[in-house]
Design a protein around this ligand. Sequence first.
Ligand code: 0X9
Ligand code: ZN
Length: 498
Amino acid sequence: MNRFATLLAATLVATQLQACGRAGTVPTADSPRDLGPLSAASFKNHQPVVSMSYSDRGQLSKLAELGMEIWYVDKAAHKVFGQITPEQLAGVKALGLDPREVTRPGLRNSFDNGYHTYEQVKAELEALAAKYPTLAKVEDIGDSWEKTKGKANHDILALHISTGDASTKPALLYCGNHHAREIVTPEMVLKLAHVLLEGHGTDPELTGYVENRDLYLIPMVNPDGHTLAEKGNDWRKNTNITTGGGTQLSGGPNGPGVDLNRNYGFHWGTGGASTEPTSATFRGPAPFSEPEVQAIKGLVERRPFTFLMTYHSFSNLILWPWGYQNAPPPDKRLPAIGMQLGKLSGYTPEQSIDLYQTSGDTTDWAFGARNVLAYTTEIGTWGDGFDPPFSKVETFWKQNEPGARLLLNLAANPAWTFGTPVQAATSRNGEIEVSLPAGARAAEAFIGREGKDGTGIKLAVAGAKAHLTLGAKGGKQLVLVHAQDANGQWGPTKALFN
Ligand code: 0X9
Ligand code: ZN
C-alpha cells in the first residue's frame, strides 16, 4: 500500500503479497480478526487495516467526511472496517471512536493475467463491434482527465448495442470502474457484452434484449486510475492532481485525485464526502468538475435510461438511492427491484444510506435528476478485497448475470417486478404452451417485441395452463409471453422461438 512516507516499506510488503499471490498462498480468511488497539506506532511500517465499534450512523457519515476509506460495515455487530491515515487518527478519536487493528482483507496489489487493462478493454470492444457490426458499435463518450491535459490517450468507451431505430426502445446503462482498483467490475460489463452478442439469434431471451433494447455498456469509467491499478497500485480516484491535491501521482486512495463517485451534481457536497483533496472520498472542487463524470452525465442526458447499474467492489451488496438522505426514494419500484436483485445475487439489498451516507454518487444523481432506476452492486467479500485472483471472475459473473438479465427484462415495464413470472413456455409445431403461476387470471403473447400490458394476443387459459396456436415458423419467430396475476398485475415476460 504505497500511500505515505512509508512508501518503500509498504511497497515491499505489497510486493511480497503479490509474490505470495502468485505462489498460491492468497489470503482466504473471509472475516477480519482483531489484532489489538491502534496507535500512532501502528503506522510505522505499514498501513494498518482498522475496525471500530460505532454507536450510530451519524458517526459513519462523519468518518466518510474525514476521508476514511470505509470498506465494510457489519451492522449487526456495529463495526466499521477500512483504512485511515495517521493524519485522520486524531479526527477519528475526536468522534469518540477507538480504532483497533485487524487482519487485512484479500488485498494483493496484484493485477492478474486475465484482467483487462484499458488497452485490452478497448481492443475487446473494438473486436466485438467488428464481429457484430449490425448489433454493436464502440462509442467514445468523452475524455479522461489525463486526455484533457494531453497526458494520456484515454477515452471513456461505450459499447452501444442496438438495432434499427432504437430511439423508442427502453435504454439501459451498465458501467464499471468508477473506482480504479475495483478491477473485477470492468469484467462484469465485458461479460454482459459477450453474453448478449453471442446469444443473439440462438437464445430467444438474449435475442429479444439485443433487438428490443438500447444498451450502453461502459466497462471502464476511470481509465486513468485503472492504468495505475494495472501496475499493482492501490488506486481509487481519478488522477486529477491539479485540483485533487498533489503535484505528482503517489499516495493511492489517500493521495491526489477526485472520487468520481462523489462528484455527481445532485445534493453534491451534502455529507459523506470529503472537502480534502488528498482524501479517498474527495468530492472535487465543484459538481461535475471531472471529465469522466461529465461523460456519463452527457450520455444520460442525451438518452433517457430506464435502468442504470454501476458495479463496484466489495461487500456483496445491492444498493439503491438515496445515499444522501434517510428518506426512502419516492418510487416503490426501486426497492422492490433491488430486493429481487438481492435474491438473484445472494447479496444483501438495502438503501445506500443504510450502508453509509454519501453525496454526489452516480445513482443518486441518475435517479434524482434523471429519474433512472439506478443501482450499485458491490461485488465480492472481505476475503476477495479489491483484487481477487482472476479465477474468481467467473463466480462473480454467475452471481451477477441473473440480475443483469432481470433489468433487461423489466426495462419494458419495471412495474412487472410486482407481478409473477410464468413458469415455463414451450413451442411445438406452432403450438404455444405456458405454465402459469398459481392464481393467474390471464396470459398474453407478443410477437417480436413487447407491447403495452393487455394489448397482446390472448392465450386460452385452462387452470394452470395457457395455450395459443401460432402455426410453426421454423424457430424464426420471437414470442414473448407473460401472465396477469389475481391482483391484475402483469409479470415479466418469458421468451421463446416459434
Ligand atoms: O463509497 C462508495 O462510493 C461505494 N462503495 S466503494 O467501496 N465501492 O467505494 C458505495 C456507494 C453507494 N452509496 C452509498 N453507500 N451511500
Ligand atoms: Zn467503488
